[in-house]
Ligand binder design. Structure first.
Ligand code: SF4
Length: 256
């Protein structure tokens, strides 16, 4: 049988923030979104990753399996972005499913829609990273306009009954009423129960950009204060969006 191989940036065997429970987090090499704040710009180059086969990945997950199962955890495939290596990601998801290992796909959504749709079908759950919502904000923060991200978000909303949106909070840029109005309108008609996890912007990536000899272009932005994060959560709820950790009845449930 042909082995499917890919390129791995790094592995976290005891991940606690990338999905439910304790998880094996596989950070794949390669990302094409080009976020100007990325704290891992060294993960963009697929060729800089370590070659590994899907079998080798699953064998490593199996050796820690008891921890994951005891906590309701499993395997999270992250990056970089898994959409840059869709065949490798699909093969790992297939083998994990055969082995009864819970899986989560963590992606920015910037990739081929057909391939994204297949990966969504294979994964038990999806965490979808939004860097804001509008074309203007994506242009400000990334190398693209976000159109692929929005298209795949719609696809996700029509394919899965639930998903977690990890939303980057940057004061005055992504936390505005305008961004949340556009996002909530977009999500309103989708038959998926989304929950939003606010992620605070930080500047810990700046030293990496300096080490790579690249200028950091977002010097004018700052991280949110804890009060601004609290206010943002209230704004999410005010727009009818459910926040991670809310009770099932909180927010607006979008049903089919
Ligand atoms: S999606 Fe993630 S890995 Fe890719 S550029 Fe943005 S922050 Fe970096």
């Amino acid at each position: 049988m042909r082995q499917v191989k890919g390129f791995v940036h790094s592995i976290e065997t005891f991940g606690t923030v990338d999905g439910d429970g304790i998880r094996f987090v596989l950070f794949l090499a390669g990302c094409k979104l080009g976020c100007k704040f990325c704290h891992n710009p060294d993960s963009w180059n697929i060729a800089a990753g370590e070659p590994m086969s899907a079998e080798e990945v699953i064998a490593q997950v199996q050796s820690y399996r008891a921890y994951y199962e005891a906590t309701g955890g499993g395997l999270t495939i992250s990056g970089g972005d898994p959409l840059v290596q869709p065949e490798f990601t699909a093969e790992i998801l297939r083998q994990a499913k055969s082995a009864g290992i819970n899986t989560c796909l963590e992606t920015s959504g910037h990739g081929d829609s057909d391939k994204f749709g297949k990966l969504v079908q294979l994964a038990d759950s999806v965490m979808y990273g939004l860097k804001g919502f509008s074309t203007e904000v994506y242009r400000k923060l990334t190398a693209h306009d976000g159109s692929l991200v929005r298209r795949n978000l719609k696809l996700l909303g029509r394919s899965k009954s639930q998903a977690r949106l990890r939303y980057l909070v940057i004061p005055g840029v992504t936390d505005t009423d305008e961004e949340l109005t556009q996002l909530s309108r977009f999500l309103r008609d989708l038959p998926c129960d989304f929950v939003v996890e606010p992620i605070a912007y930080h500047t810990m990536g700046i030293p990496k950009w300096e080490a790579l000899g690249r200028p950091y272009q977002l010097e004018d932005l700052r991280p949110p204060t804890s009060e601004e994060m609290e206010q943002f959560i209230l704004s999410l709820r005010g727009h009818g969006l459910k926040v991670l950790g809310d009770s099932p009845s909180a927010g607006t449930r979008r049903s089919a």
